[in-house]
Design a protein. Structure first.
Length: 278
């Protein structure tokens, strides 16, 4: 049966998950669009409650349908009007996913076996409020081979629809920890041997210099276990947050731009560590 009534209660309940209060109350969130849904179904099927597609999307993205059926997930067809009523950003494909929030200890214990022989690499977002930036950093951390991401302090809700979309499915590839203060996060990561590096444009250490000396035994050593701390988009890292780090590092600016935005700077720093750790 194809869902055809865009005003049905089920449709309204799904649409309400765009709001934080409904997500918190039901412990569910939306994954919109074929890329995110594909990765959720493939990499976190036990967390997926329902998958919705238009008939045209079901035909176009047959791999999503096949993976969902293989995982025994609830699969629903709906008219384009129904999917549009659920989410204007669904592109004909939508999933309702159960919220999960691993602790930092659980995330460390669940480290990807493919990276088990390499030093730990973590990205920590300190009071990052912009959902697009947060999602892009999660995606960059995934691409760089990081082990985990922490959204510390008063950072944006990781299940905000724009965060989820901006991760392009990376949310289902590595643990994302929330609910910790920056102080507690730094303490736990330092306890497992991480050097904690704060990224800040005023930092006394140059990222290129650290990359040049990586593996030589210098401190801090990008070739070793590293946790990068990135600050708020508007005001960066305040002095008390920078003081929690072992060192403050700047990304060199060779052109005339004043600075890099958060997501770009995080990508550069994470890839520098990834290269050094190879």
């Amino acid at each position: 049966m194809t869902l055809a009534n865009p005003r049905a209660d089920r449709i309204k309940q799904v649409r309400a998950l765009a709001g934080r209060s409904a997500r918190s109350r039901h412990e569910l969130y939306l994954v919109e669009g074929p890329q995110g849904v594909r990765e959720a179904v493939r990499h976190a099927p036990s967390s997926v409650r329902d998958v919705y597609l238009t008939p045209a999307a079901a035909s176009r993205y047959a791999e999503i349908v096949d993976d969902a059926r293989a995982a025994g997930l609830f699969l629903h067809l709906g008219t384009p009007e129904v999917l549009e009523a659920m989410s204007a950003d669904a592109q004909g494909v939508l999933a309702v996913v159960r919220s999960s929030a691993p602790s930092l200890g659980e995330a460390l214990d669940a480290r990807d076996p493919e990276r088990a022989g390499r030093p730990l690499l973590a990205a920590v977002l300190a009071t990052v409020r912009d959902p697009g930036n947060a999602g892009t950093v999660i995606r960059a951390a995934d691409a760089a081979g990081a082990d985990l991401v922490v959204l510390a302090g008063e950072s944006v809700d990781v299940h905000n629809p724009k965060v989820v979309r901006s991760t392009a499915g990376s949310l289902f590839h590595l643990p994302v920890v929330t609910g910790l203060s920056l102080e507690a996060t730094v303490a736990q990561l330092r306890a497992v041997g991480c050097h904690v590096l704060a990224a800040d444009g005023s930092g006394p250490l140059d990222l290129d210099d650290l990359l040049d000396s990586a593996g030589s035994g210098a401190s801090p050593d990008l070739a070793g276990p590293t946790a990068w701390v990135f600050g708020n988009e508007a005001w960066g890292l305040p002095e008390e947050d920078r003081a929690l780090a072992d060192a403050v590092v700047r990304v060199p600016i060779r052109g005339k731009t004043e600075s890099l935005n958060l997501a770009a700077a995080a990508t550069v720093c994470l890839y520098a560590s990834s290269r050094a750790q190879r």
